[in-house]
Design a protein around this ligand. Structure first.
Ligand code: ADP
Ligand code: MG
Length: 233
Protein backbone atom coordinates (compact mmCIF):
# COMPACT_ATOMS: atom_id res chain seq x y z
CA UNK A 1 0.00 0.00 0.00
CA UNK A 2 1.40 3.40 -0.93
CA UNK A 3 -1.17 5.53 0.93
CA UNK A 4 -3.09 4.66 4.11
CA UNK A 5 -5.19 7.46 5.54
CA UNK A 6 -7.30 6.70 8.59
CA UNK A 7 -9.84 8.99 10.25
CA UNK A 8 -8.31 12.17 8.87
CA UNK A 9 -9.91 15.38 10.12
CA UNK A 10 -8.82 18.89 9.16
CA UNK A 11 -10.22 22.01 10.77
CA UNK A 12 -9.33 25.57 9.90
CA UNK A 13 -9.45 28.14 12.66
CA UNK A 14 -11.48 31.15 11.67
CA UNK A 15 -11.40 33.63 14.52
CA UNK A 16 -12.90 31.83 17.48
CA UNK A 17 -14.55 29.23 15.29
CA UNK A 18 -12.99 25.99 14.16
CA UNK A 19 -14.35 25.11 10.71
CA UNK A 20 -14.27 21.42 9.80
CA UNK A 21 -13.06 20.93 6.22
CA UNK A 22 -12.13 17.22 6.13
CA UNK A 23 -14.39 14.94 8.16
CA UNK A 24 -13.21 11.45 9.02
CA UNK A 25 -11.53 10.57 5.73
CA UNK A 26 -10.15 7.06 5.38
CA UNK A 27 -8.56 5.97 2.12
CA UNK A 28 -6.16 3.26 1.00
CA UNK A 29 -4.31 3.45 -2.29
CA UNK A 30 -2.29 0.53 -3.61
CA UNK A 31 0.97 0.83 -5.50
CA UNK A 32 0.31 1.11 -9.22
CA UNK A 33 -3.23 2.45 -8.87
CA UNK A 34 -4.68 5.31 -10.89
CA UNK A 35 -7.19 7.03 -8.63
CA UNK A 36 -9.32 10.11 -9.18
CA UNK A 37 -10.66 12.08 -6.23
CA UNK A 38 -13.65 13.94 -7.58
CA UNK A 39 -15.80 16.60 -5.99
CA UNK A 40 -17.22 20.06 -6.49
CA UNK A 41 -15.42 23.30 -5.74
CA UNK A 42 -15.00 23.86 -2.01
CA UNK A 43 -15.45 20.19 -1.11
CA UNK A 44 -11.94 19.89 0.36
CA UNK A 45 -9.98 18.42 -2.56
CA UNK A 46 -6.96 20.69 -2.35
CA UNK A 47 -6.91 20.42 1.44
CA UNK A 48 -6.80 16.63 1.07
CA UNK A 49 -4.15 16.82 -1.65
CA UNK A 50 -1.96 18.97 0.58
CA UNK A 51 -2.15 16.33 3.30
CA UNK A 52 -1.48 13.43 0.90
CA UNK A 53 1.42 15.43 -0.58
CA UNK A 54 2.91 16.11 2.87
CA UNK A 55 2.50 19.86 2.33
CA UNK A 56 0.18 20.14 5.33
CA UNK A 57 -0.76 18.12 8.39
CA UNK A 58 -4.23 17.01 9.44
CA UNK A 59 -5.81 18.12 12.71
CA UNK A 60 -6.13 14.45 13.66
CA UNK A 61 -5.91 11.01 12.12
CA UNK A 62 -3.13 8.77 10.89
CA UNK A 63 -1.36 8.74 7.56
CA UNK A 64 1.14 6.18 6.34
CA UNK A 65 3.05 6.89 3.12
CA UNK A 66 4.67 3.76 1.76
CA UNK A 67 4.31 2.23 5.21
CA UNK A 68 5.94 5.13 7.03
CA UNK A 69 4.17 7.20 9.65
CA UNK A 70 4.92 10.56 8.03
CA UNK A 71 2.96 12.59 10.58
CA UNK A 72 5.74 11.70 13.03
CA UNK A 73 8.25 13.35 10.68
CA UNK A 74 9.69 16.77 11.37
CA UNK A 75 9.19 19.40 8.63
CA UNK A 76 12.66 18.80 7.19
CA UNK A 77 12.11 15.04 6.85
CA UNK A 78 8.71 15.74 5.29
CA UNK A 79 10.23 18.01 2.66
CA UNK A 80 12.88 15.37 1.89
CA UNK A 81 10.10 12.85 1.42
CA UNK A 82 8.27 15.23 -0.94
CA UNK A 83 11.42 15.82 -2.94
CA UNK A 84 12.31 12.16 -3.28
CA UNK A 85 8.98 10.38 -3.45
CA UNK A 86 6.20 12.66 -4.73
CA UNK A 87 5.78 14.46 -8.04
CA UNK A 88 3.30 17.36 -8.11
CA UNK A 89 1.26 18.69 -11.01
CA UNK A 90 -0.86 21.80 -10.49
CA UNK A 91 -3.61 23.46 -12.51
CA UNK A 92 -1.47 26.56 -13.09
CA UNK A 93 1.78 24.69 -13.92
CA UNK A 94 4.01 26.53 -11.38
CA UNK A 95 6.93 26.88 -13.81
CA UNK A 96 9.69 29.46 -13.39
CA UNK A 97 9.04 31.95 -16.22
CA UNK A 98 12.64 32.90 -16.98
CA UNK A 99 14.05 29.39 -17.01
CA UNK A 100 14.08 27.05 -19.99
CA UNK A 101 11.99 23.89 -20.04
CA UNK A 102 15.18 21.94 -19.33
CA UNK A 103 16.12 24.05 -16.31
CA UNK A 104 12.58 23.90 -14.93
CA UNK A 105 12.62 20.11 -15.13
CA UNK A 106 16.13 19.84 -13.65
CA UNK A 107 15.36 22.11 -10.69
CA UNK A 108 14.12 19.46 -8.21
CA UNK A 109 17.26 17.45 -8.96
CA UNK A 110 19.50 20.29 -7.85
CA UNK A 111 17.61 20.44 -4.53
CA UNK A 112 18.21 16.70 -4.29
CA UNK A 113 21.96 17.30 -4.65
CA UNK A 114 22.43 15.65 -8.03
CA UNK A 115 25.36 16.87 -10.14
CA UNK A 116 24.95 19.14 -13.15
CA UNK A 117 25.73 16.63 -15.88
CA UNK A 118 23.40 14.01 -14.49
CA UNK A 119 20.68 16.62 -13.92
CA UNK A 120 20.78 17.54 -17.57
CA UNK A 121 20.69 13.93 -18.73
CA UNK A 122 17.75 13.11 -16.45
CA UNK A 123 15.84 16.26 -17.44
CA UNK A 124 16.33 15.52 -21.14
CA UNK A 125 15.04 12.00 -20.62
CA UNK A 126 11.95 13.27 -18.77
CA UNK A 127 11.24 15.83 -21.50
CA UNK A 128 11.58 13.07 -24.06
CA UNK A 129 9.10 10.98 -22.11
CA UNK A 130 6.48 13.75 -22.38
CA UNK A 131 7.20 14.31 -26.10
CA UNK A 132 9.02 17.64 -25.77
CA UNK A 133 12.56 16.80 -26.93
CA UNK A 134 12.27 19.59 -29.48
CA UNK A 135 11.36 22.24 -26.88
CA UNK A 136 14.08 21.87 -24.24
CA UNK A 137 15.44 25.41 -24.67
CA UNK A 138 12.04 27.11 -24.81
CA UNK A 139 10.87 29.30 -21.93
CA UNK A 140 7.33 28.91 -20.57
CA UNK A 141 6.13 32.06 -22.43
CA UNK A 142 7.18 30.38 -25.69
CA UNK A 143 5.08 27.28 -24.97
CA UNK A 144 1.36 26.55 -25.27
CA UNK A 145 -0.66 25.69 -22.16
CA UNK A 146 -0.57 22.01 -22.98
CA UNK A 147 3.20 22.10 -23.52
CA UNK A 148 3.67 23.95 -20.23
CA UNK A 149 1.73 21.25 -18.43
CA UNK A 150 3.85 18.57 -20.10
CA UNK A 151 7.00 20.37 -18.88
CA UNK A 152 5.45 20.39 -15.39
CA UNK A 153 4.74 16.66 -15.70
CA UNK A 154 8.34 16.04 -16.82
CA UNK A 155 9.49 17.95 -13.72
CA UNK A 156 7.13 15.86 -11.57
CA UNK A 157 8.50 12.54 -12.85
CA UNK A 158 12.17 13.44 -13.31
CA UNK A 159 13.12 11.88 -9.98
CA UNK A 160 11.08 8.70 -10.52
CA UNK A 161 8.66 9.45 -7.67
CA UNK A 162 6.57 6.76 -6.00
CA UNK A 163 3.48 8.92 -6.40
CA UNK A 164 2.31 11.39 -9.03
CA UNK A 165 -0.16 13.78 -7.41
CA UNK A 166 -2.14 16.14 -9.64
CA UNK A 167 -4.59 18.87 -8.60
CA UNK A 168 -6.95 19.82 -11.47
CA UNK A 169 -4.19 19.09 -14.04
CA UNK A 170 -6.41 19.93 -17.02
CA UNK A 171 -8.27 22.84 -15.40
CA UNK A 172 -6.43 25.50 -17.41
CA UNK A 173 -6.25 23.57 -20.69
CA UNK A 174 -8.36 23.29 -23.83
CA UNK A 175 -9.86 19.87 -24.41
CA UNK A 176 -7.23 18.72 -26.90
CA UNK A 177 -4.29 19.54 -24.59
CA UNK A 178 -6.29 18.08 -21.71
CA UNK A 179 -6.64 14.79 -23.49
CA UNK A 180 -2.90 14.75 -24.26
CA UNK A 181 -2.26 15.14 -20.53
CA UNK A 182 -4.67 12.28 -19.85
CA UNK A 183 -2.86 10.09 -22.41
CA UNK A 184 0.39 10.88 -20.66
CA UNK A 185 -0.97 9.98 -17.22
CA UNK A 186 -2.25 6.70 -18.63
CA UNK A 187 1.10 5.76 -20.13
CA UNK A 188 2.94 6.72 -16.93
CA UNK A 189 0.50 4.58 -14.96
CA UNK A 190 0.98 1.73 -17.45
CA UNK A 191 4.70 2.02 -16.71
CA UNK A 192 3.95 1.53 -13.01
CA UNK A 193 3.65 5.07 -11.61
CA UNK A 194 0.92 5.43 -8.98
CA UNK A 195 -1.30 8.36 -9.99
CA UNK A 196 -3.70 10.28 -7.74
CA UNK A 197 -5.59 12.96 -9.63
CA UNK A 198 -7.91 15.51 -8.13
CA UNK A 199 -10.65 17.00 -10.29
CA UNK A 200 -14.14 18.45 -10.30
CA UNK A 201 -14.67 17.16 -13.85
CA UNK A 202 -16.36 13.77 -14.28
CA UNK A 203 -15.03 13.34 -17.83
CA UNK A 204 -11.49 13.80 -16.57
CA UNK A 205 -12.08 11.55 -13.56
CA UNK A 206 -13.30 8.82 -15.93
CA UNK A 207 -9.72 8.40 -17.18
CA UNK A 208 -8.72 6.95 -13.80
CA UNK A 209 -9.16 3.28 -12.95
CA UNK A 210 -10.96 4.11 -9.70
CA UNK A 211 -12.95 7.14 -8.61
CA UNK A 212 -13.77 8.27 -5.08
CA UNK A 213 -16.07 11.18 -4.44
CA UNK A 214 -15.56 13.94 -1.92
CA UNK A 215 -18.48 16.08 -0.88
CA UNK A 216 -18.48 18.64 1.91
CA UNK A 217 -15.30 17.13 3.37
CA UNK A 218 -16.56 13.56 3.38
CA UNK A 219 -15.28 10.77 1.15
CA UNK A 220 -17.53 8.32 -0.62
CA UNK A 221 -15.86 5.16 -1.84
CA UNK A 222 -17.77 3.55 -4.65
CA UNK A 223 -15.79 0.46 -5.58
CA UNK A 224 -12.85 -1.64 -4.53
CA UNK A 225 -9.31 -0.73 -5.56
CA UNK A 226 -8.24 -2.01 -8.94
CA UNK A 227 -4.66 -2.11 -10.04
CA UNK A 228 -3.19 -2.50 -13.47
CA UNK A 229 -4.01 -5.86 -15.03
CA UNK A 230 -6.48 -6.91 -12.36
CA UNK A 231 -10.12 -7.59 -12.97
CA UNK A 232 -12.35 -5.47 -10.78
CA UNK A 233 -15.77 -7.07 -10.97
P1 ADP B 1 -11.51 22.42 -3.29
O1 ADP B 1 -10.08 22.21 -3.68
O2 ADP B 1 -12.33 21.16 -3.34
O3 ADP B 1 -12.16 23.49 -4.08
P2 ADP B 1 -10.44 23.37 -0.76
O4 ADP B 1 -9.76 22.21 -0.12
O5 ADP B 1 -9.56 24.37 -1.41
O6 ADP B 1 -11.56 22.87 -1.75
O7 ADP B 1 -11.30 24.12 0.34
C1 ADP B 1 -12.27 23.44 1.14
C2 ADP B 1 -12.84 24.39 2.16
O8 ADP B 1 -11.83 24.76 3.09
C3 ADP B 1 -13.39 25.68 1.59
O9 ADP B 1 -14.57 25.98 2.26
C4 ADP B 1 -12.31 26.68 1.89
O10 ADP B 1 -12.85 27.94 2.07
C5 ADP B 1 -11.71 26.15 3.17
N1 ADP B 1 -10.27 26.47 3.29
C6 ADP B 1 -9.29 26.04 2.46
N2 ADP B 1 -8.08 26.50 2.85
C7 ADP B 1 -8.31 27.26 3.96
C8 ADP B 1 -7.47 28.03 4.84
N3 ADP B 1 -6.14 28.09 4.68
N4 ADP B 1 -8.07 28.67 5.87
C9 ADP B 1 -9.40 28.60 6.05
N5 ADP B 1 -10.24 27.91 5.27
C10 ADP B 1 -9.72 27.24 4.23
MG1 MG C 1 -8.90 22.94 -5.19
Amino acid sequence: MILELKHIFKNYDQGKMSVPVLKDISLDVEKGEYLAIMGPSGSGKTTLMNIIGCLDRPTSGTYLFDGKDVLEYKDRAMSDLRLNSIGFVFQSFHLLPRQSALDNVALPLSYAGIGKKQRKAMALKALERVGLSDRVDFKPTQLSGGQKQRVAIARAIVNNPKLLLADEPTGALDSKSGSQVMDLFKSLNDEGVTVVMITHDSEIAAHAKRIVMIRDGELFIKNAPSISGEDNT
